[in-house]
Design a protein around this ligand. Structure first.
Ligand code: HEC
Ligand code: HEC
Length: 171
């Protein structure tokens, strides 16, 4: 909103040819922002991390669901972001440096580092933090990014708080 008001003021003062274009650009960017907000049920976070989260969702939810940062230790995210060309047999070559840095800023703020010299988990099911987030759940089947949706119906919207009724209503 603030930007639009400012654009209008600039429009009065300066080049009449360029300004409608700038205004359109501002509206387009604003719509992109709205689009992300509506596609995902995003919790409010400090604005400093918003770009990083948007880029994370954009770049890391194409092949599998977007994995919540807190289920993996910070070291895992670091290792994955530093080796995009060797990602579980795939290559994330379109990940440019600035995107990497902003995603790192977000993931490192919302995950915890390992406290001991334990090996860095590369799979969710190996992660101690994943287990700690599930005090009530005894996993009988292997856990992968594809199985979260069985109990978390909102994964496509990056919502891990909503649970299926059997879990929601359980004591
Ligand atoms: C080109 C497709 C592709 C993209 C894009 C992608 N991944 Fe992956 N990712 C995979 C594949 C393939 C696996 C192996 C597991 C699987 O088959 O789901 C995987 C697995 C993972 C796992 C382990 C999941 C588990 O089941 O234990 C994590 C964590 C992960 N990716 C993070 C990321 C991050 C962070 C990004 C963005 C920087 C990203 N991925 C983007 C293809 C992708
Ligand atoms: C068998 C059901 C089940 C599966 C499968 C499952 N979860 Fe959960 N999850 C739960 C329950 C139940 C809770 C609430 C904590 C508890 O009661 O243990 C929870 C809590 C969470 C939380 C914390 C949510 C909050 O409110 O902060 C996260 C994050 C999470 N799960 C991520 C995942 C991810 C990622 C996967 C897939 C790799 C996954 N879960 C698979 C049942 C499941």
């Amino acid at each position: 909103m603030f930007n639009l008001v400012r654009q209008k003021r600039i429009r009065h003062k300066t080049a009449k040819v360029l300004s409608p274009f700038i205004l359109l650009l501002a509206i387009a960017l604003w719509c992109v922002g709205l689009g992300w907000g509506m596609a995902f049920a995003l919790d409010p976070i400090p604005s400093r991390y918003e770009n990083g989260r948007d880029l994370y969702l954009e770049n890391c939810s194409g092949c599998h669901i977007a994995i919540p940062p807190e289920v993996m230790p910070t070291e895992t995210w670091k290792q994955l972001l530093e080796n995009p060309e060797d990602h579980y047999g795939r290559s994330l070559t379109n990940l440019i440096r600035i995107t990497q840095l902003l995603i790192w800023d977000y993931l490192s703020a919302y995950s915890r580092p390992l406290t001991t010299n334990e090996p860095v988990p590369l799979l969710i099911e190996q992660s101690r933090y994943f287990k700690a987030l599930h005090p009530r759940v005894q996993f009988s089947e292997p856990v992968t990014a594809d199985t979260c949706v069985k109990c978390h119906p909102g994964v496509a919207q990056f919502d891990y708080r909503t649970l299926t009724p059997e879990w929601q209503d359980a004591p």
